[in-house]
Design a protein around this ligand. Sequence first.
Ligand code: SDX
Length: 432
Amino acid sequence: MANEATKTATLSIDGEAEPIELPVYQGAEGPNVIDVGKLTAQGYFTYDPGFVSTASCDSDITYIDGDQGILLHRGYPIEQLAEHSNHLELCYLLLNGELPSTEENERFVSTIKNHTMVHEQLRRFYSGFRRDAHPMAIMCGVTGALSAFYHDSLDIDDSEHRRITAHRLIAKIPTIAAMSYKYSTGQPFIYPRNDLSYAENFLQMMFATPCEDYEVSPTIAKAMDRIFLLHADHEQNASTSTVRLAGSTGANPFACIAAGIAALWGPAHGGANEAVLNMLDEIGSVKNIDKYIKKAKDKDDPFRIMGFGHRVYKNYDPRAKVMQQTCHEVLEELGVEDDPILEMAQALEKIALEDEYFVEKRLYPNVDFYSGIILKAIGIPVEMFTVIFATGRTPGWIAHWNEMISGPYKIGRPRQLYKGATKRDYEPLANR
Ligand code: SDX
């Protein structure tokens, strides 16, 4: 539905005879937006490196209030979803806009369960990688390759094709993820099981072997499900924006999700959970924390406290609070009394939150600060942490891709402030 202006922004520019009038739109929540689309015709571009002040699209899916530390998925607060819902129900909500009825939920869960296997030939794809390949490299490659197996459903203008593709990706991404782990260990791949829940199935594909089943602890499975749920979606973050940009060219959804996985891999984004554990390992002991806080504050030192800070949250990331509580539940279930890594993380958090640099810059723990400690306690290796994030985030990526493709959209094509050489003539080699 086209936006209607609720106000007008008037832009007066030195030397321009007439001010430029720009429509202002109001959303259901959050800041109003100024539609700058007509500026090009007036000979101007907007300039916003990193898109700090740019709304790239309309969306109904997720709302974040960074100042208040609020995160809503289709209007439901993340705290309530973490407490009462589960990852597959949230997948349904993100895709369809409403919570499922009992019958809709049963049908959705059954559909997902019946798409968890990957094509048998996809298994051979893994053998092209070195055993020590980073699993995110495998995830990018294998997910992108899925489009080679599903020629029957690549018409992005067909809503039924979009629906089956969404189900296939949500169902298969945990299988692909667990296979990337098994491949690194030299153990055989473990087939999915339809008698288990989404998180239980993922854990058994990760840790079962042909010699013995993996007994899934209900607390660990609940923690795993909650980790997937907390990562499911987060508005127009870097990887979701990547999926939308790739999708805006008409690329197939498997290629778009592979692009999202690639963008998520960076340590400033989804790679931060792995970077937090590596950072805590580097700090080594509580007595070294002050030294590293100093490094983080030193403009000339590239070191940052990983898992801290956020482009949008200038308050506690509500997911980090739930993650911290889950961390205590898992460590208690595992009978881990005083986990040195957790102790160091809590000491680091306390010191940072009391330091005027972090207070002034409004830097708080984000979703990645505690997630790695839980994953490590569950027995998931550090290099698999971002794979877990990608597995959780897949429904969000697909929901945004589907939201864009099901309505009117344009190919994304930003412009630039050109600061290079002005026009000059070619100089033959002999004269140079
Ligand atoms: C995720 O966008 C999303 O929604 C992402 C995500 C999702 O669910 O999709 O929430 C997931 O990616 C969480 C963020 C994970 N990344 C990290 O934990 C890496 C460490 N954090 C930083 O790299 C940083 O905070 C970012 C990248 C997260 C945000 O960077 P911004 O918004 O570009 O902010 P900035 O780099 O301009 O920082 C503002 C100031 C700077 O100082 P000044 O230049 O103003 O003097 O704060 C400083 C930064 O130097 N700063 C930090 C810091 N983060 C920012 N200083 C020390 N340690 C940090 N972690």
